[in-house]
Each structure stands twice: as structure tokens, then as C-alpha cells.
Design a binder for this molecule. Structure first.
Ligand SMILES: [Zn+2]
Length: 344
């Protein structure tokens, strides 16, 4: 995990930092104990003080994040971290089946043009920092990490192409409520800090630290996005446009895209963000029957659709279906930084 992304994190229990220059991250195999011994026993994660010697994490990998007060959060074997200590969320996490469908659909490259355009939009204007610090990108609803992976690849290319060999160096935090998604995200983006988190709760990220917040087909928390963004930062939101995959939507029971979705987006951000540029994409995708089934099961309708029924309907389709993908990439600028009340 990138240290500068870890440095932007806040402990959800005490709002303390994970970034003390000493050993906030305890190496597996070492017998070092976490700093802040008095508070360590109060950690509500149940892991208590880290006894790294008992960790199942392979040698050479970190086993826990420990805040300056000693609250400890295990790093899962797959590389993500669950910072959620309470319960009760309005979210229904995506299931393993939905996540697998999404991973397979995205791996086929159908949304690669979107991912590349998104990366260009996020990277535009992110100049190499004279201090050498990374630009922090927060991917809210990172899913399987596909779009963030493409962003990192694009950032690396930006570096290679500039005359002065300057790099648009990126560090990243990925948030998702589904641990099934994060297992894949952590594999795709090992340098990213991937956190199980509920985006509708206060984010475990320090104010003013993010250069960009990216939201691809995911819920939005405008007040918190505005708080974590740097005053010159930007919010980049991807939404499907009416008619998106309309050629297959009806056949397999996908949810339609409401015409007023864009107005709802603007309204939800009012008071926190001002609208910037928008970029609409429309391109055709050539989908196999399996692709069509995945497209149906990977989205919000996947919570309601019966997989067997979807596959039955798909079997009645032609071998391949050409459909039109329609997206809007919208950029917003924060209009003010709300003051965060201390965590109680
Ligand atoms: Zn703490």
C-alpha cells in the first residue's frame, strides 16, 4: 500500500492518524507491538494489540493498520482492510455472484473506452507536484478496482510521455461496502489502500487531502466528498445515460435509466459542488450471450434478478448482440469545505 495514501487515512474510532513516522504498520513476522499500548486493549475490532507473529499474512506483507491510539485493523489476506466497526448500513453489498459477473464483463474490455476517457478526465490538470508528493485519488465505490487500475496505467503513461519526464504520480484509496469486490480490487491494485466502508458514513479520510474523488455508478456523499477534497480538487462522476444498453435491457430485465437522472445528480450536489465540464460517450459493444447475462447480473438489478431466469432469457437471444453503451462523465468543483464535527 502506498504510504502517502495511508497518511491520508483517519481512524474511524478516534479520528487519529495511521501515519506516524514510527511503525503504524506492523510488519508480519516482526514481534513489534503497536504504539499506544494503553489504548490498544480498547480496539473494538476484536483484534486487540497486534501480535504479528501469529499473523496468517505471508512474510514480508503488513498484517494490520494501527492508529496513533493503538486501534488496530487487520489487513485481510487478500490485501484489503475492513474499517467498519459498527453495523447498520443502508447499503446492500454486492454479492459474490454480482461481483464475479462484473469482473468478467469488464475483463472483456467492453467498458475500456469509458475507463480510458475517465482516466484522462481525472488526470487532466494534475500537474507534477514540485514537492514530489503523489496526487491522491479516492475511488468511492471502487468495485473490482477496474477503473482505478486503468487510471494508474494512464498515470504511468503520462509520466513516460512528458518531455521533462515528470510523472503525474498517483496514490489511491478505494472504498467499497462489498468485501467480495474488494478481494478482487486488492488483487488488481495492490498499491491502493482498499477499504471496506459505507460511503454514506463519514469517510475515514482527512479533510482537504484528495485531489480527485471518482464515483463510477456508485452512491454519492456530497458533504463528505467536499470535505476530503483539496480546494483545487475535483469530483468526477460517471453515470449511464438514457438508452444505455437499451438493446438488451428489456430482454433480460435490467433496470431502465431514468431521464431525470442527470438533474438528480446536479440537485444532489448543490451547495457542495459547482458543475464543470461534461463529456458524453456513446459507442457500440458486441456482446456474447454470456456478456449479456453478466451485464444484467452485475448491475443494481443483480440484487433482484434470478440468475437462472436471466440465463434462460439470454439463451433465446442471437449468438451476439450489438448494443450501445452510453455514459456521461461529469466534473464538479467543491464550492466550500464544510467543517467536520469531531467524531463522537
Ligand atoms: Zn484510533
Amino acid at each position: 500500500m502506498n504510504p502517502s495514501a495511508v497518511a491520508a487515512l483517519l481512524c474511524p474510532l478516534c479520528a487519529g492518524s495511521f501515519a506516524a513516522a514510527s511503525t503504524p504498520v506492523v510488519a508480519a513476522g516482526s514481534r513489534t507491538r503497536a504504539p499506544g499500548p494503553a489504548a490498544a486493549g480498547n480496539a473494538s475490532t476484536g483484534s486487540g494489540a497486534v501480535d504479528a507473529s501469529r499473523s496468517a499474512v505471508p512474510e514480508g506483507r503488513n498484517s494490520a493498520l494501527v492508529c496513533e491510539s493503538g486501534h488496530s485493523f487487520d489487513i485481510a489476506r487478500q490485501g484489503y482492510i475492513n474499517l467498519l466497526t459498527g453495523h447498520g448500513t443502508r447499503f446492500i453489498p454486492d454479492t459474490a455472484e454480482m461481483v464475479a459477473a462484473r469482473d468478467e464483463f469488464l475483463a472483456a474490455g467492453h467498458y475500456l473506452p469509458l475507463a480510458r476517457q475517465l482516466a484522462d478526465t481525472v488526470l487532466a490538470g494534475l500537474r507534477p507536484d514540485a514537492s514530489g508528493d503523489d496526487h491522491l485519488v479516492v475511488d468511492a465505490g471502487t468495485g473490482t478496482g477496474y477503473y482505478l487500475r486503468q487510471l494508474h496505467l494512464a498515470a504511468d503513461n503520462v509520466g513516460g510521455n512528458t518531455a521533462d519526464n515528470a510523472r503525474a504520480s498517483i496514490s489511491s484509496i478505494g472504498l467499497d461496502i462489498s468485501k467480495f469486490a474488494l478481494r478482487r480490487a486488492a488483487r488488481a491494485n495492490p498499491e491502493t489502500v482498499n477499504l471496506v466502508w459505507d460511503v454514506w458514513q463519514p469517510l475515514p479520510i482527512a479533510a482537504g487531502t484528495a485531489d480527485a474523488v471518482v464515483v463510477v455508478f456508485a452512491p454519492r456523499n456530497p458533504a463528505e466528498f467536499a470535505r476530503i477534497l483539496h480546494r483545487d480538487g475535483k469530483l468526477v462522476v460517471v453515470t449511464p445515460l438514457p438508452g444505455h444498453l437499451a438493446e438488451i435491457a428489456g430482454a433480460v430485465g435490467m433496470l431502465g435509466i431514468q431521464d431525470d437522472k442527470q438533474n438528480a445528480l446536479q440537485a444532489s450536489l448543490a451547495g457542495f459542488f459547482s458543475s464543470g465540464a461534461t463529456n458524453d460517450l456513446a459507442y457500440t459493444v458486441d456482446l456474447s450471450r454470456s456478456d449479456v447475462a453478466r451485464a444484467a447480473l452485475m448491475g443494481p438489478a443483480g440484487h433482484h434478478l434470478d440468475s437462472a431466469q436471466v440465463h434462460e432469457r439470454v439463451a433465446a437471444l442471437r449468438e451476439r448482440t450489438v448494443a450501445t453503451a452510453r455514459f456521461r462523465i461529469s466534473t464538479f468543483r467543491p464550492v466550500r469545505i464544510p467543517v467536520r464535527t469531531p467524531a463522537s
